[in-house]
Ligand binder design. Structure first.
Ligand code: CP
Length: 352
């Protein structure tokens, strides 16, 4: 095997895949189409683009699906993946400018990102929200720092604000199930948890539904409002598509009309830094746990990004129902990401 590693042109900014809001719905739809073609074995482009290429993944947080599906996508098409776990098998990394690095971080992203760019054709980064300040989380500073200092494309493996790979796989999964997601009724419902979790996945679910041209309802208890900019973008896309956009505190009504019921827990910013307060709030809203009764019709589907806590977030009877398509979602991560990788890596790497 001969692999040509092309040198980077100085001054040319790489294209990144960091969020849905950086793209237009038609660009995202094209990627979904490409993912379905790759899955069906009708698209040689992914194999040509990925063959001989190297993906470096930097995880600041744990993963089962993201890590495995990216590694599988690279291996399946003749590429290779390197996984680094920050603070585990690699150094703790600093991202803030001008800090005195006398704490846990031994290396700065200013060096780490360009160094990894010399070894790898593309870099993935997973970095969850800090959940200390909603305003700080909205900046997505760590992911954006990687994108700033890398000289190859950076892919979000879930960041403080969004999980765009999950959203693309979810869109693909809904298309597969219904022929097309467009015009379907999508409900995102909040659910309780054992501990506070970030808003990246609910943000991405909302953006996915709006970009795909679905009628969107978001249900959560008071105090669990999602990021206003994300909601504004989703509403803009719904308005443009002529679909409904609604936020409600009435879970039963929101589920009653859902063809796609997407379940996700998230913490309330008013309890950031207050674990006891958050736990009490989850307990007060324990009846928001989704059960089989929340599935509206025989055609409705139940979605969740996984991992999911059984009988806290979703009851056994719903997760074990044939209308639950969480495993399909997880599989489609691999195909959707193959489409993203192929799109970013571009033309063949020089296979011989
Ligand atoms: N859905 C998802 O990203 O799963 P992991 O956290 O296991 O990667």
């Amino acid at each position: 095997m001969t692999t040509v590693i092309k040198s980077k042109s100085p001054g040319v900014k790489p294209r990144h895949w960091l969020s849905f809001v950086d793209h237009e719905p038609n660009e995202l739809a094209a990627l979904v189409k490409s993912a379905r073609e790759i899955k069906a074995g009708r698209d040689q482009h992914a194999a040509d683009a990925i063959f001989g290429r190297i993906l470096g993944m930097v995880f600041f947080n744990p993963s089962l699906r993201t890590r495995t599906s990216f590694e599988a996508a690279m291996m399946r098409f003749g590429g290779h993946a390197i996984t680094l776990n920050v603070g585990g098998d690699t150094w703790n990394l600093e991202y803030r400018d001008g800090v005195v690095m006398n704490g846990a971080a031994a290396e700065h992203i200013r060096e780490a990102a360009p160094v990894l760019s010399r070894y790898c054709n593309i870099i993935g980064v997973r970095t969850f929200a800090g959940m200390k300040s909603a305003a700080e989380d909205a900046q997505d500073a760590l992911l954006r720092a990687f994108a700033r200092f890398a000289t190859v494309p950076v892919v979000s493996l879930e960041s403080a604000t969004e999980h765009p790979c999950q959203a693309l796989a979810d869109w693909m999964t809904i298309d597969e199930r219904f022929g097309s997601a467009a015009g379907r009724r999508f409900t995102l419902t909040w659910a309780p948890q054992a501990k506070a979790t970030p808003m990246a996945v609910p943000h991405s679910a909302v953006l996915c539904a709006a970009a795909a041209g679905m009628n969107l309802t978001i249900a959560h208890p008071p105090g669990y409002e999602l990021n206003a900019d994300v909601l504004a973008r989703a509403k803009q896309w719904c308005d443009r598509a002529g679909t409904e956009f609604m936020v409600t505190h009435d879970q039963a009504a929101a589920c009653a009309s859902a063809e796609v019921l997407y379940v996700k827990s998230w913490g309330s910013p008013q309890f950031y830094g207050d674990a006891d307060g958050q736990r009490d709030s989850f307990a007060r809203h324990a009846n928001w746990m989704v059960t089989q009764r929340n599935l509206a019709t025989s055609e409705s589907v139940l979605m969740h990004c996984l991992p999911v806590r059984r009988n806290v977030v979703i009851a056994d009877d719903a997760l074990d129902d044939s209308r639950c398509i969480v495993v399909d979602q997880a599989e489609n991560r691999m195909w959707a990401q193959a489409a993203i990788l192929a799109n970013l890596l571009g033309p063949p790497s020089g296979r011989s």
